[in-house]
Each structure stands twice: as C-alpha cells, then as structure tokens.
Design a protein around this ligand. Structure first.
Ligand code: G3P
Length: 215
C-alpha cells in the first residue's frame, strides 16, 4: 500500500520524506490556506522536493474552468495529479482531462456510486473521505470496502486513495481491504510507528547495556 502525506506544509513533507516511506502528497485548498503561503509558490515548493504524485485541487466549479486550471497545474511538473470534486461538471472534466492524459484524483467522494462514475470517466484515483463519514455516524471504512469490491468486479484501473484518515485503525483496515493508497496527516504517520512495548523494550535494552562490561 502506498502512503501519501495529506498536507501542504513543506516541513511536514520533508520530515515524512526523511522516514523513507513516503510515496506522494495530497493537498487541498484548506491545507494550502493553513500554510499562509501564496498558492502557486506553495505548490511549486512541494513539487521541487517530491518526486511522487502531488495532488493539487481545482477551485473552479464549471467544466471549462476546471480544465483550464488543471492544464496550468499540469504544466508545472510531470508528477502533478489534478484533484477534481465529484460534481456534475467535475465528472465531465475528469473525462476531458483523462482523455488528454492528465491524471485526476477525484475528491469529496462519499458514496460507492460516485466512485463508480469517477472510474468510468477515467479517474486515476478516487478519494473516499472516511473520517468525515465517521463524523456523521456512518462507517467510512464500509465505503472503502464497497469501492474496492466494485472496482475489483470490473477491473477498473482507478486507484482507491483513502482520504480524511484520522487514526491508525483506518490505515490497518485500508491495508486489509487492499486499498491502493492512504493519505495521512503527519500525526497519523507517527502513530503508525509508535508502540509502547517498543519504547519499553528499548529502554530496558539500553539500561541493561549499561551493565555490560565494554571492551
Ligand atoms: O485531503 C482530503 C482529506 O484527506 C481531508 O481530510 O481531515 O479534512 O476530513 P479531513
């Protein structure tokens, strides 16, 4: 399973990269706003350091506007993936862009039928938002299972990118279900690594090492 980081913060991206397990980055307008940087400069800074896929989201809500924005983003680097919301105009834009060879990550997906339509339109990735579904007392991971099953039934190439991930249990379930990618805040990447028995065991080993005669 690929691991992306869900942030536009360059320091967080560099920190995640230094762990050696980062495959890509996803951003959205809210994440860019958090950095306080101008949009284009913020994205180009990320593109300079990340060789893997970097998702950049359009803000136009009409087909022509989305396609124009997407083409601008795609001109910045070969690894740009354009994020398009799964609305009526977005669906048309997914088809146009995919036909032109521009990779699309379809965002704000909350139902299996939205995911089916995205795949039919040629999306490279579908991003179901599991945490936001959990927030309204709907099982987000059930949606992932449905999308994985549906794509498997018809051998769609669209990759399932689990988004709005809030904790390690989402990641474990995603891996067991065979999702292609999880995009994670740095905090969750850190949580994947931590185990109290690892810390306790290391502490004991180091304490015992002090008792060993050296030389
Ligand atoms: O990038 C899209 C998604 O991961 C957003 O997550 O936490 O704002 O629901 P969240």
């Amino acid at each position: 399973m690929q691991i992306f980081i869900d942030t536009a913060d360059i320091d967080e991206i560099k920190e995640a990269q230094s762990l050696g397990v980062l495959d890509g980055v996803t951003t959205n307008p809210s994440l860019v706003a958090k950095t306080g940087k101008p949009f284009e400069a913020c994205i180009k800074e990320i593109l300079e350091v990340v060789p893997g896929p970097v998702s950049v989201e359009v803000v136009a809500t009409d087909h022509d506007g989305m396609v124009a924005e997407a083409k601008t983003f795609a001109s910045w680097a070969d690894n740009v993936v354009v994020k398009v919301p799964i609305i009526r105009e977005g669906l048309k834009a997914i088809k146009t862009l995919s036909d032109e060879g521009i990779k699309v990550n379809v965002t704000l997906c909350f139902s299996p039928m939205q995911a089916l339509l995205a795949a039919k339109a040629g999306a490279a990735y579908i991003s179901p938002f599991v945490g936001r579904l959990d927030d309204i007392s709907t099982d987000g991971m059930e949606l992932i299972q449905q999308v994985v099953d549906i794509y498997g039934n018809y051998a769609y190439d669209t990759e399932v990118l689990v988004a709005s991930v809030r904790n390690p249990l989402h990641v474990v379930a995603s891996a067991l279900m065979g999702a292609d990618v999880c995009t994670l805040p740095l905090k969750v990447i850190d949580q994947l690594l931590k185990h109290p028995l690892t810390d306790k065991g290391l502490e004991a080993f180091l304490a015992d090492w002090e008792k060993v005669e050296k030389g």
